[in-house]
Write a protein that binds this ligand. Structure first.
Ligand code: QAP
Ligand code: CO
Length: 167
């Protein structure tokens, strides 16, 4: 197992669009294990491959308290959505910042598991927010871009400062 380096906003590589996974092999399983380990180690609840500079449609999520309910989404596609909710979101690529973002309430997705098995999932609440947040990463979007220009500028400045100070 290995910890992966997480890209920090505003790294331009966070804006790359991920390609669908076509090969379900040991290399994919190993990448998924490393992504999960990196997420748990960083105290995260979700991580998209884009954030570790791998531009394939892969997401790991675990919103459980016990950190024993890993959900792996490969090639997720949004099928249905309804309603709205607001949630205080953070992101491992935007350390130290939590801001309120408006999302759909209920989402249904089709996806594949790590073996390539077709599955679907309907979620609301935090899981729904997390799925939408991570799916945005796969098309090069960071939640900060949903905030006002003023807030985006402030966050960029503070993170560059942190990075310069060696954090
Ligand atoms: C996305 O984000 C998410 O700034 C996943 O200092 C977050 O796991 C969806 C984290 C909230 C819905 C609600 C962020 C950990 C983790 C930080 C994360 C930090 C430590 C973010
Ligand atoms: Co994120």
């Amino acid at each position: 197992m290995a910890l992966l380096n997480i890209l920090k906003y505003p790294d331009p590589r966070l804006h790359k669009v991920a390609e669908p996974v076509t090969c379900f092999n040991e290399e994919l399983s190993s990448l998924i294990r490393n992504m999960a380990e990196t997420m748990y180690e960083s105290k995260g609840i979700g991580l998209a491959a884009t954030q570790v500079d791998i531009h394939q449609r892969i997401i790991v999520i675990d919103i459980s308290e016990e950190k024993n309910s890993l959900i792996t989404l490969v090639n997720p596609i949004l099928k249905n959505y309804s309603g709205h909710q607001e949630y205080d979101e953070g992101c491992l690529s935007v350390p130290g910042f939590f801001e309120t973002v408006k999302r759909y309430d209920l989402v249904s997705i089709d996806y594949q598991d790590e073996h390539g098995q077709a599955k679907s999932l309907t979620a609301d609440g935090l899981l729904s927010v997390c799925i939408q947040h991570e799916m945005d990463h796969l098309v090069g979007k960071v939640f900060v871009e949903k905030l006002s220009q003023l807030k985006q500028q402030r966050i960029k400045k503070k993170i560059s400062k942190l990075l310069r100070s060696g954090q």
